[in-house]
Design a protein around this ligand. Structure first.
Ligand code: HEC
Length: 126
């Protein structure tokens, strides 16, 4: 059985909540595209998707600054961890293209997915 829901409820203004959830669905779509690109050996495509849709470069598009004001500090930190982790994956995927060694890209992908899990375990939107 699942443990009781101990996530911290966070209140966003309704339009921001809808925007955030739409972003989240794009995060999952991006993760799927990255996995497919890695499986196909399309390293640059994997790197571009990681950086643009999830990495530090995505912060502006997501209106992250505006949304961050409504997040408790630990949630902001979880978001930053995700963006950094995606940018690390972008570097590892490009390296894999040069070296043929997929292992560090796989580790970076696992690390990125863990940042999604960590924030979801801690917070929910009301
Ligand atoms: C900073 C915190 C945070 C991070 C990091 C994060 N999420 Fe979320 N995500 C949330 C919250 C909060 C919700 C709403 C959960 C709830 O209210 O039950 C959510 C919801 C979602 C949803 C459901 C969207 C919907 O329409 O209901 C998906 C899919 C999702 N996240 C995917 C991801 C993926 C994939 C990643 C990692 C690449 C990720 N998220 C990273 C906080 C985060």
């Amino acid at each position: 059985m699942l443990p009781p829901d101990a996530r911290v409820p966070v209140q966003f203004p309704p339009p921001m909540r809808a925007h955030t959830l739409a972003n989240m669905r794009d995060h999952l779509a991006a993760l799927a595209e990255i996995q497919q690109a890695l499986a196909d050996g399309r390293w640059d495509a994997a790197a571009d998707t990681a950086e643009r849709r999830l990495g530090m470069s995505s912060l502006h598009d997501h209106g992250a600054h505006e949304v961050a004001r409504f997040m408790p500090p630990a949630m902001q930190a979880a978001g930053t961890a995700m963006h950094r982790s995606a940018s690390r994956l972008a570097v590892a995927a490009r390296d894999a293209g040069a070296t043929g060694d997929l292992r560090s890209a796989q580790a970076a992908l696992a690390g990125l997915t863990q940042t999604c899990v960590a924030c979801h375990a801690g917070f929910r939107l009301e």
